[in-house]
Design a protein around this ligand. Structure first.
Ligand SMILES: Cc1cc2nc3c(=O)[nH]c(=O)nc-3n(C[C@H](O)[C@H](O)[C@H](O)COP(=O)(O)OP(=O)(O)OC[C@H]3O[C@@H](n4cnc5c(N)ncnc54)[C@H](O)[C@@H]3O)c2cc1C
Length: 483
């Protein structure tokens, strides 16, 4: 009985359960669908498609060498799957689970319904630590460890793949998509080069380097686009990291990599929130915050923020750097969002869509959770208001980064601050602290903590019960992230 492997955010050969399973099926085919709903979504950017296509080019050659054709089709998933079934009758659809945006969730429901009516068995495998249909968060970290410590999937030598004419991969121009900004190397080989380089020594300075935009680009792993597009599996990254920690004689490197290893858990911890509550992409974690900022949205301020002309040099330099490169370190991402949320009093949804387009590594589960955390709408996290001036003093004391990205800084061409910082923050704090003190907000905070709060991964707990559960060895990860 034949099978189709439906590739999504898993564009690799190694540690790939659906591809491994396809070896048992005669006439198997791999498929990647470029969906119009993706191209039309407000978080889509040409860089995302360019990275996917470049990764697919490499994977297609890998699979062809083993006898498995990889088709790349454009269209709505159900239509493409139905058409393919006419050309290559198949009984099994094999894929990884995806924790995506609302449109992928709706698409998966439609595919599932179609499979049922067609008698196609759709088998899905997890590829991260995210647990489907999780009943409760207790014990989540132990499950993450068990999954990530399990042996990686052993891949077959070859396939009895189906016969298929492989068209050239579609070009961005043919898809009506604009040229992207310059990209880092895509694909599985590039993912391993980045990982090996980081574990081989580049990561030694990780803990010191990750906060400053001057040092983070080199000192952080830069694996995020590869994890987002699945050109390397989380399990492989985890196991390679643990093996380096266990075997290296370089104590500084081992210490740095322990900090990095913690971040890998965070990746899945945040994605789990979206998996458990898909609506957080659109609405506040804590409903008591509904209406807080929505009607005050000031488009001029928003545009100044997007274009890096707020008159706050660290904010503007970070935004311009991000727009040029598609990447920014964690702290500066958090500062940009905090500035939008508190200084500019902007609701997080449109800034979040804008940032998703700028980040090559856009990962919905991490992104929307972080957008809300940094905007103060989860109800469970301490308000973290970043001062752009302090961030500049701490992380760019000589103004090197600022001058690099704001050549007009210090000249009359550079704008004056668009808001009075003191007044803006007084307003924001007054509104938020008043809301947080209400009995409704307090009651809801407990419920959000129970459903989404970290039990082990290092999130700052807010309820007394959760605080009591914290374990001492989580502290370093938390400090690094939230100074
Ligand atoms: C507002 C906001 C939005 C964000 N959106 C995204 C996003 O769309 N995609 C994304 O991958 N990361 C996102 N992050 C988290 C973080 O900034 C990036 O993962 C990190 O900067 C990527 O660079 P790196 O791979 O070199 O990270 P490293 O520091 O080398 O970390 C290794 C990996 O750990 C994971 N990780 C690191 N920090 C975090 C974190 N705080 N939360 C969850 N996972 C983490 C990522 O998978 C990352 O690739 C966001 C952070 C903020 C504040």
């Amino acid at each position: 009985m034949s099978a189709v492997v439906w590739l999504k955010r898993d564009l690799r050969w190694r540690d790939h359960a659906p591809l491994a399973a396809a070896a048992a099926h005669e006439g198997a085919i791999a498929l990647y669908v470029i969906e119009p709903a993706w191209l039309a979504s407000p978080t889509f950017d040409p860089q995302h498609l360019a990275f996917a296509l470049a990764s697919l080019g490499e994977l297609r050659a890998q699979l062809a060498a083993r006898g498995l054709p990889l088709l790349v089709r454009v269209g709505d998933a159900v239509t493409v799957l139905a058409q393919l079934r006419v050309e290559h009758p198949y009984r099994f659809l094999l894929s990884h689970e995806e924790t995506g945006e609302g449109w992928t969730y709706a698409r998966d429901r439609a595919v599932s319904a179609w499979c049922r009516t067609q008698g196609v068995a759709w088998l899905e495998w997890p590829q991260t630590g995210v647990v489907r249909r999780l009943r409760q968060r207790d014990g989540w970290a132990a499950r993450w460890n068990a999954r990530m410590d399990a042996p990686e999937v052993s891949m077959p030598q070859g396939f009895c793949g189906g016969r298929a004419d492989l068209d050239d991969l579609p070009t961005l121009a043919a898809l009506g998509v604009a040229s992207p900004r310059p990209l880092p190397a895509a694909g599985e080989a590039a993912a391993w080069t980045v990982l090996n380089d980081f574990l081989g020594g580049r990561g030694r300075d990780y803990r010191r380097a990750l906060s400053s935009p001057l040092t983070a680009a080199e000192g952080c792993s830069r694996l995020s686009p590869h994890l987002a597009f699945g050109t390397v599996s989380m399990r492989c990254v985890h196991q390679a990291t643990e093996a380096t920690i266990a075997h290296t004689d370089d104590r500084a490197l081992a210490h740095a990599l322990r900090g990095f290893a913690g971040r890998l858990r965070w990746h899945c911890h945040f994605m789990q929130k979206l998996e458990d509550e898909p609506a957080i992409e659109e609405r506040n974690f804590a409903r008591a915050y509904d209406g807080l900022r929505e009607s005050d949205f000031n488009r001029e301020r928003f545009e100044a923020w997007c274009e890096g002309r707020t008159g706050f040099p660290m904010v503007d330099a970070c935004m311009r750097s991000l727009r040029a490169t598609g990447w920014l370190n964690f702290r500066m991402r958090a500062m940009l969002v905090s500035f939008a949320a508190y200084h500019l009093w902007l609701h997080w949804r449109e800034p979040g869509q804008f940032l998703a387009r700028q980040f090559l590594d856009y990962e919905p589960g991490i992104h929307w959770s972080q957008m809300q955390m940094q905007s103060g709408t989860t109800g469970i996290n301490t308000l973290r208001i970043y001062s752009p001036g302090k961030q500049a003093a701490d992380h760019d004391p000589q103004g090197v980064f600022i001058r690099r990205w704001l050549p007009e800084f210090g000249t009359p061409a550079y704008p004056k601050p668009i808001v009075d910082e003191r007044a803006a923050l007084a307003f924001a704090k007054e509104r938020l602290y008043a809301l947080r003190a209400t009995p409704e907000a307090r009651a809801e905070a407990d419920a959000v903590q129970q459903r989404h709060g970290s039990r082990k991964a290092g999130l700052p707990p807010t309820t007394r019960r959760a605080r009591a559960r914290k374990v001492a060895d989580e502290a370093p990860a938390q400090q690094d992230l939230f100074r």
